[in-house]
Design a protein around this ligand. Structure first.
Ligand code: TYD
Length: 202
């Protein structure tokens, strides 16, 4: 079987994490071996960098470089080997998050990230990206009841608006790969939308 790389994206609070296990089971029920992972993170070094980047204030460029350093380790030691073994790799966030948060949110030029993307990914792209979209007001309401917010979750509303806009712009530019899921619907409805999408995509 051919390996397959799926990523989940969206503003903080859009609900992507609630669907990870369901998505993994959907593929397992079709006889696939699934590797669930996340960014930043997914490897021992990546998890240390995650701890750092989520809690330690740093320059925007430094932040982008840390994300891509973690990503390189993730790709080389986990993602590529799993894909080569024919597994389905599902990652909770990947490079679209860097374009959304570090470019959209922090204002870094996209050209800089495009260079890093080429260096670090050498052509690797997700086969499918599920973008959970949610209005920032609703996302903020959901996050208000969440535990200890990290550096990104503590950002102001306009930051999250720019992140969301950047995600939606990318989805419009790459509609084949990036599919928008309405994260504002009740969970059961989101599930059936996901199911229909996967059935027509797989
Ligand atoms: P998140 O995936 O939302 O994890 P949790 O559900 O445990 O809060 O947290 C990761 C944060 O990292 C999120 O706020 C977005 C940010 N991030 C970036 O800014 N750039 C990136 O390239 C990635 C992968 C994540």
């Amino acid at each position: 079987m051919q390996g397959c790389f799926i990523t989940l994206e969206g503003v903080d609070g859009a609900g992507k994490s609630s669907h990870l296990d369901w998505l993994a089971d959907w593929f397992r029920n079709r006889g696939r071996t699934v590797r669930l992972t996340r960014e930043p993170g997914g490897t021992p070094i990546g998890e240390k960098l995650r701890e750092l980047v989520l809690h330690q204030p740093m320059q925007p460029d430094t932040e982008a470089l840390v994300m891509f350093a973690a990503r390189r380790e993730h790709i080389e030691t986990l993602i590529r080997p799993a894909l080569a073994a024919g597994e389905v790799v599902i990652s909770d966030r990947f490079t679209d998050a860097s374009f959304a948060y570090q470019c959209g949110g922090r204002g870094l030029p996209e050209s800089r990230l495009e260079l890093l993307e080429q260096w670090v990914q050498e052509g690797l792209q997700p086969d499918l990206t599920l973008l959970f979209d949610l209005a920032p007001e609703e996302a903020a309401r959901r996050l208000a009841s969440a535990r200890d917010p990290d550096r990104f979750e503590r950002e102001r509303r306009d930051f999250h608006e720019r992140v969301r806009d950047a995600y939606l712009r990318r989805a419009r530019a790459q509609p084949e790969r990036i599919r928008i899921i309405d994260g504002g619907r009740p969970l059961a409805e989101v599930r059936s939308q996901l199911q229909r999408l996967l059935e027509s995509w797989a």
